[in-house]
Design a protein around this ligand. Structure first.
Ligand code: PMV
Length: 351
């Protein structure tokens, strides 16, 4: 397959004879966690297939994420409900979701009722699309009994949103950029590591919808930032450091690499034209607080994605201290998929 491969070509290739089949059960249900990149994905080499310029590495956020329940309905349109509210068929959210579902079916067949429950703010830079598309793919896999490998599930989730390729598992996941033009080698891989003492704290400074989508911001950065050419090497270096840090549970090394990676990503955006900035004054205040506390000896680091919110990184033993300085912080309980016992959160076939 060459440069003009479409999403649907990939879907049909992965599903083979299963493409366009009828549901095998009365419903399909799944949960997927959202994930936070410690080494970011910023820039696509293929817009259609969401193929990244570089690899990236994330940690999934346990019970923070999205649950999807799918039911076939006898109707001419899909019905989408988000957190109990029926979505207007003219909304961008509805259209993006239905467009994705259309990849898996013949025209005018199998309309679905899609019930999404998300426990994170949508479109505020908390990777709501990551857990949204990952849970949707996992629920489709259940409903149609595809029994796909986790690598294939990750590829399908990537077609919805790049970072969704990492939300198929709990724990540390590397999204390997791959080299193929059809992206069949560009998917998440679960790292065989658990780190129960690692803590993430969400500092929600705003849950307003972000001013510019990550898709548009990435494209603009790649096209106009003079700093972008340095980004792939920065990622390559940070990935090595982060994997070492994770293997040795070296928290300071992890924190430094993750914070520096996030700052460099935002620097490339700031140098785009027109400049892209996701920070609001509260974002900068939170960063300054982290730097001050670190100078005072607290091993505390942060990362920031395509939104104003800050994610704190610290060790369990410092939880009370962090809470006392950030009273509104939400501490996330991390979960880890046992790599050897089951490489799949769904318990299905694993690759
Ligand atoms: O998958 P997208 O299009 O929502 O982009 C995600 C971009 C960042 O969150 C900023 C980085 C990342 O690796 O998740």
């Amino acid at each position: 397959m060459g440069c003009c491969v479409k999403k649907i070509d990939i879907v049909r290739r992965i599903l083979g004879e299963r493409w366009g089949s009828v549901p095998q059960s009365l419903d399909g249900k799944a949960f997927a966690p959202t994930n936070i990149a410690l080494c970011k994905y910023w820039g696509k080499r293929n817009q259609e297939l969401n193929l990244p310029v570089t690899s990236s590495l994330s940690i999934s956020l346990g019970k923070k994420g999205a649950s999807v329940a799918l039911k076939p309905i006898a109707d001419t349109q899909d019905a989408v409900v988000l957190n109990g509210n029926a979505m207007n068929q003219e909304s961008a959210f509805y259209k993006r979701l239905v467009h994705f579902l259309d990849l898996f079916r013949h025209a005018n067949t199998t309309r679905l009722a899609v019930d999404i429950q998300s426990n994170i703010p949508v479109a505020a830079g908390l990777a709501s699309s990551a857990c949204g598309f990952a849970s949707l793919v996992l629920a489709l896999n259940e409903l149609f009994a595809w029994r796909l490998t986790t690598a294939d599930l990750s590829i399908l989730a990537r077609l919805g949103s790049g970072s969704a390729s990492r939300s198929i598992w709990q724990g540390f996941v590397e999204w390997q950029a791959g080299e193929r033009r059809d992206g069949m080698d560009s998917h998440g891989v679960l790292l065989d590591e658990i780190w129960p003492d690692l803590c993430i704290g969400l500092l929600i400074v705003s849950d307003n919808e972000k001013s510019i989508s990550s898709r548009e911001a990435m494209q603009r950065t790649v096209a106009t930032s003079a700093l972008y050419s340095a980004w792939p090497q920065k990622v390559a270096d940070d990935l090595i450091t982060l994997k070492q840090a994770i293997a040795h549970h070296d928290f300071e090394l992890l924190g430094q690499a993750a914070e520096s990676n996030a700052m460099t990503m935002h620097a490339t955006m700031l140098s785009a034209w027109p400049a892209v900035s996701y920070a609001i004054p509260e974002t900068v205040l939170a960063m300054q607080n982290v730097w001050r506390l670190r100078q005072q000896g607290l091993p505390l680091y942060f990362t920031q994605d395509a939104g104003p919110n800050i994610k704190l990184l610290f060790e369990k033993k410092n939880t009370d201290f962090v809470k006392s300085h950030f009273p509104h912080v939400e501490i996330i309980e991390l979960l880890f998929t046992e790599p050897r016992a089951s490489a799949s959160v769904t318990g299905l076939d694993v690759s």
